[in-house]
Design a protein around this ligand. Structure first.
Ligand SMILES: Nc1ncnc2c1ncn2[C@@H]1O[C@H](COP(=O)(O)OP(=O)(O)O)[C@@H](O)[C@H]1O
Ligand SMILES: Cc1ncc(C[n+]2csc(CCOP(=O)(O)OP(=O)(O)O)c2C)c(N)n1
Ligand SMILES: [Mg+2]
Length: 318
């Protein structure tokens, strides 16, 4: 790709991505970005890395890769009840492919603008295709995963399992089949639940985003909060479209342990039920009550200990 060295790529495709924010004094172009954090507001910081072949198929369209790189980080902001502000982008590319970078930047830019996030800097290197994105947000009262109490109800947004089903569709001969495009979109374009996360401040006792699978991430709340989560089998059934794709049994497994959902799993006191219903309406986010918090440890699903099943959740080194 003639004329497309590192600095050309940065100048042409990676400068000024996302929203124009008044609190960015200096973005791309110097050794570091300069921003102005709001006075005495807690900052919330996260970083997630996507590796080709591990977090997304090598041949996923570049725009979807850019979108997902930000979406998974926005999901961490959502789980903390934070408002995202600034992102740093670490891009490792096997070759200087200007078309790929342009499409990648387009997908990232679209979601960044929708969420008022400015990409203020980053780094670009040669190597196996990998995207690392660091995000900073702010929250007057960040939510955590360690506050679940016995008696609380457990809730989840959206339809866990659809994204893992969508990845299966993409990796099959049915990638383009119109009938399965809803599942493919659930994987390629997850909708980070930023509005829901912010609205849950002062309501939820614990929140986590579901990246590894519902059972595995429920286990993280249980462990951090030193409680047990009892999940109802009837409330965690595969969606109709996932059942149509995968069948009942495999659809159930994907729902519990597929991962890649980027939905919010949260707990809240029993009496918060009506206000959670209002929040769901106001933020236009489907939420369902899927169980309750009790004394003890671990996760149980439909009366069975789900710790073994949760190990089906994604682990990089097992
Ligand atoms: N290389 C690392 N160095 C320091 N902290 C890390 C590292 N990797 C992960 N963590 C921290 O471990 C915690 C769990 O990380 P992770 O499982 O990736 O969370 P999430 O699913 O929310 O992305 C987070 O607080 C994260 O910041
Ligand atoms: C090609 C491909 N294979 C498998 C998966 C499934 N997968 C890979 S990583 C992962 C879990 C989430 O990744 P992780 O790095 O643990 O994210 P984090 O919890 O840090 O947000 C899942 C479900 C995928 N997304 N893409
Ligand atoms: Mg992570």
């Amino acid at each position: 790709m003639a004329g497309c060295g590192e600095f050309d790529l940065i100048r042409q495709y990676l400068t000024g991505l996302g929203a124009d924010r008044g609190d960015v004094t200096y973005g791309v172009g110097d050794d570091a970005a300069i921003t102005c954090p709001p006075a005495s507001m807690p900052a919330v910081l996260a970083l997630d890395t996507l590796v080709a072949g591990v977090h997304f198929p090598q041949d996923l369209p570049a725009a979807a890769v850019g979108y997902r790189a930000l979406a998974v980080n926005l999901s961490d902001m959502a789980a903390m009840g934070a408002t995202p502000a600034w992102a740093l982008l670490g891009l490792t590319l096997p070759a200087s492919d200007a078309d790929w970078v342009a499409a990648f930047a387009g997908g990232l830019d679209r979601l960044a603008r929708l969420n008022n996030v400015a990409v203020v800097g980053g780094d670009i290197t040669r190597g196996p295709l990998t995207i690392s994105l660091q995000i900073t947000g702010f929250s007057p009262a960040p939510l955590r995963r360690d506050g679940a109490r016995p008696g609380d109800r457990v809730w989840v947004s959206g339809r866990p399992g659809d994204a893992a089903g969508g990845l299966e569709v993409w990796q099959s001969a049915h990638r383009q089949t119109p009938r399965w495009q809803g599942l493919v979109r659930a994987f390629a374009e997850p909708r980070p639940r930023i509005a829901l996360g912010q609205a849950l401040r002062g309501i939820a006792s614990a929140v986590i985003d579901v990246s590894d699978g519902v059972l595995a991430d429920a286990g993280h709340i249980a462990e951090a909060s030193q409680v047990a989560l009892q999940l109802e089998s009837t409330a965690l059934q595969p969606s109709a479209r996932l059942r149509a794709w995968a069948g009942a049994a495999a659809g159930q497994d994907l729902t519990l342990a597929g991962g890649d959902d980027y939905e919010l799993l949260f707990t809240a006191p029993d009496e918060a039920g009506p206000v959670i219903g209002q929040v769901a309406g106001q933020t236009r986010t489907p939420v369902r009550c899927i169980g309750r918090v009790v004394r003890g440890a671990g996760v149980d699903w439909g009366g069975q200990n789900a710790d073994a099943a949760a190990r089906g959740g994604y682990r990089h080194f097992d």
